[in-house]
Design a protein around this ligand. Sequence first.
Ligand SMILES: [Zn+2]
Ligand SMILES: [Zn+2]
Length: 106
Amino acid sequence: MPDIESHQPIDYQLADRGLQEKGFIVTEAAAGDLEVVGTCPACLGTTASPWTYGLAGGKGVFKRQEKAKPRGPRTVYCECGYMHPNRPDTAWDLGCGAYWQVELPS
Ligand SMILES: [Zn+2]
Ligand SMILES: [Zn+2]
């Protein structure tokens, strides 16, 4: 894990960083829950993006529902958790505005 000192307080900017081939780890936290963890290529903050697929949560009758595991590139937004300068009030993400693609393991 990179230490916190490496984070760069760059200005908030929406920017497509393209496909990141390395440096991202996709883990399956639970059935139907993927988490993409890595270092933002823009601000170097540590970012973790949960992604749920398949089973929808809910009480009641247990229903087994098979859903294919997603594949291919998935767009991930920086969620480093820092307040970047010039971040617009309308921004919903918790990062610097950078986004990129990560290939999911098959
Ligand atoms: Zn950041
Ligand atoms: Zn970032």
